[in-house]
Design a protein around this ligand. Sequence first.
Ligand code: ADP
Length: 534
Amino acid sequence: MQDLMQDIPLTLDRIIDHAARWHGGREIVSRDAEGRVSRTTYAEAHGRAKQVSNALMAEGIARGDCVATMGWNGYRHFEAWYGTIGIGAVLHTLNPRLFPEQIVYIVNHAEDRLILADRACKPLIDQLLPQCPTVEKVIYLDEAFDAWIAPHSAECAWGGFGERTAAGLCYTSGTTGNPKGVLYGHRSNYLHCMMTLQADALALSARDTVLLVVPMYHANAWGVVYSAPAVGAKLVLPGQRMDGASIHELLETEGVTYSAAVPTVWQMLLTHLKETNGRLSTLQRVTIGGSAAPESLIRTFHDDYGVDVVQGWGMTETSPLATVSVPDAEVAKLSFEEQVPYKLKQGRLLCGLDLKLADDAGDPLPHDGRTFGRLMIKGPTIAAGYFKAEGGQVLDEEGFFDTGDVSTIDPDGYMQITDRAKDVIKSGGEWISSIEVENIAIGHPAAELCAVIGVAHPKWDERPILLVKLKPGQTATRDDFLEFLDGKIARWWTPDDVVFVDDIPLGATGKIDKKLIRQRMQGYALPFPVEPAR
Ligand code: ADP
């Protein structure tokens, strides 16, 4: 029997329509590359996004065409975003931190017709353009953008297409092989927005002021470009400056209550706060994702600043948020100290998704909190394949997507990432979690960044070593770090060596680049003979 409810497609233009109509006066605050702060509102941004749509159509952009953006978080980027998707064109966010040859590949693969870019990206764009024949025009997201939309009306009919129409295109950074495109739909992003707004996920509300540190080009900005306007939260867009002092200033001057970013950004903020004896007077909650949240970070936020850290896990292919480390009823009864082990896990699954652990043959593994396996995920916000069928078939016969992450799931449903499959260290046939060792090591007061990689060992196949970049002016020895780890991890997980380095390379999304570290460490030999303590 057919239901009798109204058949309204779940298209994303309805989100900004709603924000403009019901939260029209809520502010969008942006800071540009020079540090200037500008203020607009959802109502104004809505009108200007419609002007963008008209300007795009005047350029000949039609439904299904790819329009790229390249820039940091700012109000013009936000207007370009909604202006593009409102007419059924596809918003392709380019990450300016990728290698130029990767960007050329991506632009050509997507067949981008226009690029809307921050002025700071001009040297990069000038370098790329001769190799990108599909690009007809570049518009810079400053006064040039204002002039481009100025002649156009703020009236434009949005929508009118099915909810399965493509809305956004985001390429994974391609640490192995070429980057692959994830093509989001209006429906999938709309559902992701609704799923992540619940109290046990991002828990955003009309009372929040949200600092969106996660770049709009990184994994769909964790959906916050949709979830903040959906509830009428004030949105603060920090531009290019992510250093501790700049982030702190915005947190305080704008009265930010909630923010989302990768751990490295928060490490920089906490270092700055320590150095300056700074306070966080309004911040209540932060979501950390993209890489595992170190224990020291969770504790410092809680103990020194009264800020609750919630860890989220996901990937570009999962829209991205899929699990969140909020306490269930039993865990909520525990003290903070007892809750820490749960906060270190990546958390429990959002409604609408399904997770399973599988071995290399694809057979299911138990959810006992100990058994490591490949993490597989299924749901309407999970990629069914990559753009233009790159990478071929990516789902198993039950329709689960292989995340490339290795994890455990405990009997209460808390999932914990132990490694990316390609970074796994296998010693004597058993897995060592490099992430766990790193996250304890970074708690050493002298450490700025830590990375654990596996190196070949004649008896155990592989053994872990710890690379440490010390904070400026700090000193520490190999034994200091080994003693610090002692008792906090299994003895046989203890790294066989500690190597002090000047630089731990970060990739285009601010994560530790282990592939590059392994390349750099190719000539390294373990100080033999070493017998791991069992
Ligand atoms: P990239 O592959 O470009 O880094 P993604 O942002 O899609 O892009 O990365 C997703 C990966 O990041 C996940 O597969 C997982 O390995 C890692 N990740 C994301 N969130 C967490 C988290 N909270 N803890 C540990 N790892 C995480």
